[in-house]
Design a protein around this ligand. Structure first.
Ligand code: HEC
Ligand code: HEC
Length: 189
């Protein structure tokens, strides 16, 4: 590659960075403006103090978009969230996802003895959920999530109340003790 071409491609890359950053910052800002209705349940900055209501902070944006659409369509059944999601436009959903994905992660903590036992079983989850359970794209972050929320979702997958072929297959092999321990471990991260 000659010097001129190199210079032009570097310039092009710089331009993409300069343009892309403000676009996501603007989306997060617009999401923040929409988030006041969520704060009552999911806490300020997506840090929920009620263990039945998930933290949204640092959750994967693609996953958040998927789940809000799943509530909206009724694929994921929860009357509280359905009544919230039904009023959101596609652009609201994208902006809210961008806002929460950019909030700093929180750790809910987990009962230490259970968490220790859970750690020995967690390797089967990390291939998909990421080496630090930080999630990836459509696969959610589990790290720091409220254990009782995680436990409830694992039981929903196990009983088919919540639909996802991967998670239904995996949870079918988990005992109640496995679920409690894994939830405590991931919550403690
Ligand atoms: C009245 C309380 C309430 C309000 C207000 C509320 N939520 Fe929720 N939200 C919940 C509960 C409870 C759950 C867990 C439901 C379940 O088990 O599926 C949940 C779950 C979620 C999830 C799934 C998280 C995950 O890890 O899978 C997302 C995303 C979400 N809410 C986003 C929002 C957004 C965005 C708003 C504001 C527009 C909002 N919620 C407002 C109670 C609420
Ligand atoms: C083959 C990939 C894969 C493996 C392995 C896997 N998961 Fe998942 N998991 C997913 C996907 C994909 C979702 C999102 C499902 C959806 O869209 O509703 C998910 C969702 C979840 C949720 C819901 C989180 C939330 O915020 O609502 C929990 C809890 C969970 N997984 C726990 C586990 C645990 C514990 C293990 C190990 C025993 C595990 N997963 C192994 C792919 C996987």
């Amino acid at each position: 590659m000659n010097a001129q071409k190199q210079f032009l491609s570097a310039l092009f890359l710089m331009l993409i960075c300069v343009i892309a950053k403000p676009v996501s910052a603007a989306a997060a800002w617009m999401g923040e403006q929409k988030s006041s209705v969520c704060t009552g349940c999911h806490g300020p900055n997506g840090k929920s103090s009620n263990p039945q209501r998930p933290n949204l902070a640092a959750q994967q944006s693609e996953y958040l978009i998927n789940q809000m659409n799943a509530y909206k369509s009724g694929k994921r059944n929860n009357p509280m969230m359905q009544s919230m999601a039904i009023n959101l436009k596609a652009s609201d959903i994208e902006n809210l996802a961008e806002y929460y994905a950019n909030m700093p992660p929180v750790s809910s903590g987990g009962e230490p003895t259970l968490a220790k036992a859970g750690q020995t079983k967690a390797s089967m989850c990390l291939g998909c959920h990421g080496p630090s359970a930080e999630g990836n794209g459509q696969i959610p972050r589990l790290a720091g999530q409220h254990p009782s929320y995680l436990e409830r979702q694992l039981n929903y997958f196990k009983t088919g109340v919540r639909k996802n072929s991967h998670m239904e297959a995996i949870s079918a092999n988990l005992t109640d003790a496995d679920i409690r321990e894994l939830a405590a471990y991931f919550g403690s991260l």
